[in-house]
Design a protein around this ligand. Structure first.
Ligand SMILES: *Cc1c(COP(=O)(O)O)cnc(C)c1O
Length: 502
């Protein structure tokens, strides 16, 4: 039998490690993974009483699961919320929070600067069901005031916003919204529960993508909705129970393990992000840097009031538009091009052509998502390596087009290709159609293709790029290294020269 739990209030780091744990009779140390879709009953009567609610018993993992429950309890404790429901993705959380509360004839007001899919729900999905929606400039209180002159049932906002890190004054908007009869739903993904607690400013519901900082290691999708016990049980739970955005117990378990280090990862990522924001401000190639804790941020005072640190994301605008942005991205060697965020690995994206490509050009312009804008999710690498990577890529923007070199993880492909250079040349004489189908070198496909090309004919789409050049350093290097580039990292000279392969 486990020792009784303390009744002293616990601090966030402790809650992240221990919150919500329910040890089984086996007294395991780690959280148990209940990978089960259903549950059994001792008797027909117990089954009946479970369904009438007289007895507390798990029924089916779409309704609830012990591992998912442990995650929900941990997140609720951390947020200081009465209740939490975990969902399969962050978008399932946003969708369920909105659709469970709304009905035909209702009206929604949202800040314009939203995650792309949240923007789609408000602009496209809700109107299909006869729900009126209106966007406001989130930073402009006068626009919020004007929008609340008509009845409103729900407000959706994001602060800091994706991707340009604009802030919304939570206290002011929550007060206005409540006076208009609306509940306020805050997408708190960028701030994380460690840096900002929207409920302390009056938010009714907080939603997360657990895919981002909670897992934080690029493994699983997940989401969470937090609110009052009454709202979660009476409004949200019937919706999720019957529509089925349930989180897999395996993903819940992975996220529980991720949360154990959230209080170490997020502050470290914030420190790296702040250093990078400062470094970017000093560069002539950069037109503007957007980071809430930079004194140059137009809402710096608000950021200091609402958030305990500037966050893990930095956005910046390069002079020279899309061409400069693409040159910069292609010249990075450590930081990966990816639209995900909140990961241990630093990831960067060009919102205008990726995450926000479906937002109308006019709307993008209003949001400041210009062709030179980039969003960097800062990871846990040594900040000196990140700063050097960025500085070198900025140099490349100004000067010659950078020879396109691959980041760490792709080195193994380069080497494989170099090692089979002669067969690769033969492959270059393969039919034209096959060559046209050769994909950009997604690491594994290219590696496979290179191996195939070495032995026999490679199928279309699996060929190494024909012009694989010689790389003296690579040829000297041992043939085997792991895909993470661990060994390569110990031999920095391998990265200094890279072939053009694009
Ligand atoms: C990623 C993200 C979402 C959606 O989460 P998924 O887990 O990808 O469904 C919603 N809002 C913000 C701000 C996000 O970054």
């Amino acid at each position: 039998m486990a020792k009784p739990a303390t009744d002293r209030p616990l601090r966030p780091a402790t809650l992240l490690v221990r919150g919500g744990q329910m040890r089984s009779n086996f007294d395991e140390t780690s959280e148990a993974l209940y990978l089960t879709s259903g549950f059994v009953y001792d008797s027909a009567l117990q089954a009946e009483q479970t369904f009438t609610g007289e007895v507390q018993h798990f029924q089916y993992s779409r309704f609830g699961n012990p591992t998912v429950l442990a995650l929900e309890a941990r997140l609720a404790a951390l947020e200081g919320a009465e209740a939490c429901r975990a969902t399969a993705t962050g978008m399932a959380a946003v969708h369920a929070a909105m659709l469970s509360h709304l009905k035909t004839g209702d009206r929604v007001v949202a800040s314009r600067a939203l995650f792309g899919s949240c923007h789609w729900i408000v602009s496209t999905l809700l109107p299909r069901y006869g729900i009126q929606t209106e966007f406001v400039d989130g930073a402009d209180l006068a626009q919020w005031e004007a929008a609340f002159r008509r009845p409103c049932q729900l407000v959706l906002l994001e602060t800091p916003s994706n991707p340009m890190l604009e802030m919304v004054d939570l206290k002011a908007v929550c007060d206005l919204a409540h006076a208009a009869g609306a509940i306020v739903v805050v997408d708190n993904v960028f701030a994380t529960p460690l840096l900002q607690k929207p409920m302390q400013f009056g938010a009714d519901v907080v939603v997360y993508s657990a895919t981002k900082h909670f897992d934080g290691q690029g493994r699983v999708l997940g989401g969470a909705v937090l609110g009052s016990r009454k709202w979660i049980e009476e409004v949200l739970q019937p919706f999720v129970r019957n529509t089925g955005p349930a989180l897999s117990p395996f993903n819940a378990w992975t996220i529980l393990k991720g949360l154990e280090t959230l209080h170490l990862r997020v502050p470290a990522m914030c420190r790296n992000a702040a250093a990078i924001a400062q470094m970017l401000e000093e560069r002539a190639e950069v037109e503007a840097v957007h980071y809430p804790y930079l004194a140059s941020h137009p809402q710096y005072e608000l950021a200091k009031k609402q958030m305990s640190a500037g966050g893990t994301l930095v956005s910046f605008t390069l002079r020279g538009g899309k061409e400069a942005a693409f040159r910069f991205l292609d010249a990075l060697r450590v930081i990966d091009i990816s639209n995900n965020l909140g990961d241990a690995k630093s990831l960067i994206t060009h919102p205008a052509t990726t995450t926000h490509m479906r937002v109308a050009a006019e709307e993008r312009a209003r949001l400041g998502i210009t062709d030179g804008a980039l969003r960097l999710s800062v990871g846990l690498e040594d900040v000196a390596d990140l700063v050097e990577d960025i500085a070198a890529a900025l140099d490349a923007v100004g000067g010659e087009a950078a020879p396109s070199r691959k980041p760490l993880g792709r080195m193994v492909v380069e080497e494989t290709v170099a090692a089979v250079k002669a067969p690769a040349k033969a492959a270059a004489q393969a039919p034209r159609r096959a060559r046209a189908a050769a994909p950009a070198p997604a690491a594994q496909r290219a590696a496979k293709g290179a191996v195939k090309a070495a032995g026999q004919e490679a199928p279309a789409g699996e060929m190494p790029a024909p012009e694989a050049p010689s790389r003296p350093a690579a040829r000297k290097a041992p043939a085997r290294r792991d895909a993470a580039g661990t060994q390569a990292a110990a031999e920095p000279d391998l990265f200094q020269q890279g072939p053009k392969r694009r």
